[in-house]
Design a binder for this molecule. Structure first.
Ligand SMILES: Nc1nc2c(ncn2[C@@H]2O[C@H](COP(=O)(O)OP(=O)(O)OP(=O)(O)O)[C@@H](O)[C@H]2O)c(=O)[nH]1
Ligand SMILES: [Mg+2]
Length: 229
């Protein structure tokens, strides 16, 4: 991909989270990511290999560093996919409203996340992209909402093309991640999680377990720096 990622200036941020885009090939993960990061629509389809982007967003008065991992749809069920699922703080689960099989794959994806994380409380948002399209077999908004409700997660119909609900879906996910990070340690039994109870969100985010998982990645290095502050 030709677009250069933004670089996070670690002095500006107090929290960092990694958001992972998942869903079948061609549903629009890269297009939605680009619309969010750069405000333009990616018209051409170029299958993703593994792209990572950084951005600072201000949420509820806090500067939050985001790393967005744009995965390849064709990586489904591979060991590589498992690695993303272990690392992510939150997930955008995407289907295309114009592609029923992509909608029908979502429950498997949720199961896979829950299995890899051994938890059913991983922050996720369900996103039905390409809401500007209206083919005969379009997934209705009600079907999307019903699926999201069955997993008790937020739902948005979005359009990368029309820039509809793109910001809203990321913001709702980040808010979920922040709530979860502040209230329930990811791993109740680990000594670092126990020690971090009652401390700030960022300390918990940068637990030994998290650092180990993110070792070698740009976000891992930033987490380590913030932890030293
Ligand atoms: N009409 C319409 N087309 C879209 C929208 N979002 C993406 N597309 C198109 O759908 C095609 C696939 O989009 P990508 O973002 O590359 O899909 P992807 O999910 O990243 O695909 P992989 O990287 O292969 O997993 C591209 O031609 C996009 O322009 C949308 O909101 N509306
Ligand atoms: Mg892509």
């Amino acid at each position: 991909m030709s677009i250069k990622p933004d670089v996070i200036n670690e002095d500006d941020i107090t929290e960092i989270y990694q958001v992972v885009m998942v869903g079948e090939c061609g549903v629009g993960k890269s297009a939605v990511t680009m619309q969010f990061l750069k405000g333009f629509f990616l018209e051409d389809y170029e299958p993703t290999v593994d792209d990572r982007y950084q951005k600072i967003v201000n949420i509820e008065g806090t500067n939050v560093g985001l790393e967005i991992v744009d995965t390849a749809g064709q990586e489904a069920y591979s060991a590589i996919r498992d690695k993303y699922l272990r690392e992510g703080d939150g997930f955008v689960l995407m289907y295309s409203v114009a592609d029923r099989p992509s909608y029908e794959k979502i429950p498997e994806l949720v199961k896979q996340i829950q299995k890899v994380r051994d938890s059913d409380r991983v922050p996720c948002v369900l996103v039905g992209n390409k809401s500007d399209l209206d083919p005969d077999d379009r997934i209705s908004e009600e079907e999307g909402q019903e699926l999201a409700s069955s997993f008790k997660i937020p739902f948005y119909e979005v359009s990368a093309k029309g820039a509809q609900n793109v910001q809203e879906s990321y913001i709702s996910l980040i808010k979920l991640i922040r709530v979860q990070a502040g209230s329930i340690p990811r791993n109740n039994s680990s000594p670092s999680a126990k020690a971090s109870r009652g401390m700030s969100v960022i300390r918990r985010q940068a637990s030994d377990t998290d650092l180990e998982k993110k070792k070698g990645t740009a976000i891992g290095r930033l987490l380590a720096k913030i932890r030293q502050k």
